[in-house]
Design a protein around this ligand. Structure first.
Ligand code: CUA
Length: 196
């Protein structure tokens, strides 16, 4: 069969081969769809941050981890549950390989509770299943989380960041008691679980 086309570029393409201009048009269309998706997702992130205050945990409060025991907020006598003037509770805990100090704290149900934690050594995790509490505990910083327990009971708090060979045994408890069972605390008094 003789070739009737003198110019090889104007020859008809074999079956199944898509012409270059059609390929370019399709690629441009997909590029536009992809850029559109990126813009949409970025706007969702910006809008959620601006209108609903949805941010990653960002309590940047530095603390010197090696002198915690010498005094200040995380000295041993200040750990446990403290009662604020407005009736809310503040629980201070120190995480270290492989335990929390104190390992059991007591709070009242239906009361605003603020947990303040720091670490003496490596990164630990603080998780209370079935609540909104889930944060990292980073040495050199204070983690600050707020919650309110709606049901009394014993809440187990496992460390949920791998912190070394003893990680699996690192956990503590929060004992949530009815309001009438929670003692009224003086400004320097701290409540922990009663030893059984
Ligand atoms: Cu501490 Cu895992």
């Amino acid at each position: 069969m003789t070739d009737t086309h003198a110019d090889p570029f104007s020859r008809p393409l074999p079956d199944g081969v898509v012409p270059a201009e059609v390929v370019a048009r399709t690629e441009k269309r997909w590029l536009a769809i992809m850029v559109g998706m990126l813009v949409l997702m970025m706007s969702v992130v910006v809008l959620a941050g601006v209108t609903q205050a949805i941010h990653p945990p960002s309590n940047v409060e530095p603390i010197e981890p090696v002198t915690l025991h010498l005094g200040g907020e995380f000295a041993e006598s200040n750990l446990g549950t403290a009662q604020e003037r407005d009736g809310s509770l503040t629980v201070r805990l120190v995480a270290g390989q492989y335990g929390f100090t104190p390992d059991c704290t007591r709070v009242a149900v239906d009361t605003p509770v603020k947990f303040r934690l720091t670490s003496t050594d490596v990164v630990h995790g603080f998780l209370l299943p079935s609540t909104n509490v889930n944060t990292m505990v980073v040495p050199g910083f204070v983690s600050d989380v707020r919650t309110r327990f709606t049901r009394p009971g014993v809440y187990r708090m496992p460390c949920n960041e791998f912190c070394g060979p003893g990680h699996h045994g690192m956990w503590a408890r929060v004992n949530v008691v009815p309001k009438e069972q929670f003692p009224s605390l003086g400004p320097t008094e701290r409540s922990r679980c009663v030893q059984q």
